[in-house]
Design a protein around this ligand. Structure first.
Ligand code: 7TS
Length: 408
């Protein structure tokens, strides 16, 4: 079993008290904490190398550009992309999805076309497709979620084979259930039918090995802030052939080849989709975060997360009246557990846990249709990352036992 407890020293924020108790941070699915190595990289950049990228011929601009583009290559390697040109920097998962739902969808969708999505998507991979469908006269159809928190794959196949499906989108790891979807299998089915695919990897990247070529998707999106990088930076991977056929998104500096008052011509990807000054410090922070994670080993982080969640799920069964959503153990799942107590609203439970120093998340987790599917107003969620320990998971279970007594 991998012991990562010594890594806690890398995270300054973890060493504080909340409400007179040691902080136990169990909200990494919302945003991860940042190690000293990432914070230092940001400070170093601003203190030593800060300048705008791509435009200058001076020393600082050259340094900033070199570091910025080196991260693009690093990201490509990290997610198994064939080329750095397939990596587009965005503000995060939400922006990546919106870029595709606006640019790709507006260009390729026609009235009557079908987008296939699922009943377990985060709103950020759901609402943009509803908006795209409205704009283009397309319809969105949803794959149902089964009682055990997995997708109804037979229904998915049937939907794909109905015809007129132009795009399939699906979350890799559900932020509300922990379900790991068989995205390689799903994308293979879609590809065989000529259907374009987008995978939302916000909860997968940084937690498990991800290889976009092995998955076989056309687009893959994730956020830096969930994998130890700063907020405001994310990645849209797009397969080269698909990006080559997409018109630009935002117009502005950096994305053009030539501009006249009569019209403009545009660069190829990725510059075509990165108008304006990018989040340079964010990109450098993302590079430092990937270095940090790879220094530990993604396989090691994955094994640690699996250990922690499987042990926690077993222990949660001892809490009276606790209903845990998602695939039951020993099915592999993301390292998070969402649960509800009949005797307490999720917000009340989270506030109670906060008085004990625990940072949980309560509510619908931006998956309202999924909450409706399971007949709950919301859930309380504990989500783990590399810095969480078995002792913290035990404390969670202990506090939940106390909560049951307190609320009933
Ligand atoms: N997709 C999934 C699966 C997510 O979990 C999230 C954020 C997003 C997309 C959106 O990412 P963003 O970085 O663009 O905001 N999930 C959560 C969560 O579970 N609690 O807070 C944010």
């Amino acid at each position: 079993m991998p012991d990562l407890s010594h890594r806690r020293a890398d995270f300054p924020i973890l060493h504080q008290q909340v409400g007179g108790h040691p902080l136990i941070y169990l909200d990494s699915a919302a945003s991860s904490q940042k190690p000293r190595q990432v914070i230092d990289a940001l400070v170093r950049y601003y203190e030593r190398d800060n300048a705008n990228v791509h435009r200058g011929l001076h020393e600082l601009s050259n340094r900033a550009t070199e570091q910025f583009e080196a991260v693009r290559a690093k990201v490509a390697r990290f997610i198994g992309a064939a080329s750095a040109d397939e990596v587009i920097f965005t503000r995060g998962t939400t922006e990546g999805v919106n870029l595709v739902a606006q640019v790709w969808a507006s260009h390729f969708l026609r009235p009557g076309d079908v987008i296939v999505s699922t009943g377990m998507e985060h709103h950020s991979n759901l609402v943009p497709w509803q908006l795209a469908a409205e704009r283009c006269g397309a319809v969105v159809k949803y794959v149902p979620v089964l009682e055990d928190g997995t997708l109804d794959l037979a229904a998915l196949r049937a939907l794909l084979e109905e015809g007129s499906v132009k795009l399939l989108t699906c979350v890799h790891v559900s932020n509300s259930l922990g379900t790991i979807n068989p995205v390689a299998q799903i994308c293979a089915w879609a590809r065989a039918l000529g259907i374009t695919t987008l995978v939302d990897g916000a909860q997968a990247v940084g937690h498990m090995p991800v290889d976009v070529q092995a998955i076989g998707c056309d687009f893959y999106v994730f956020s830096g802030h969930k994998i130890c990088a700063p907020t405001g930076i994310g990645v849209l991977y797009g397969r080269a052939e698909v990006l080559a056929n997409m018109p630009p998104w935002h117009g502005g500096g950096e994305m053009i080849d030539s501009v006249t008052l009569e019209g403009s011509t545009y660069k190829q990807a990725p510059a075509r989709f990165e108008a304006g000054t990018p989040d340079i410090a964010g990109v450098i922070g993302l590079g430092a975060a990937i270095d940090y994670l790879e220094g530990i080993g993604i396989e090691v982080i994955h094994a640690h997360g699996q250990e922690l969640i499987q042990a926690t799920l077993q222990k949660l069964q001892t809490v009276p009246g606790l209903r845990v959503l998602g695939p039951p153990p020993p099915v592999q799942r993301g390292s998070l557990a969402a649960f509800s107590l009949a005797c307490a609203h999720p917000h009340d439970l989270v506030e109670y846990a906060n008085t004990k120093g625990l940072a949980l998340r309560g509510g619908h987790h931006c998956t309202q249709p999924l909450m409706r599917r399971f007949g709950v107003v919301g859930t309380s969620r504990a989500s783990f990352y590399l810095y969480n320990t078995h002792a913290e998971a035990d404390r969670l279970v202990e506090v939940l036992h106390q909560a049951v007594k307190f609320f009933s």
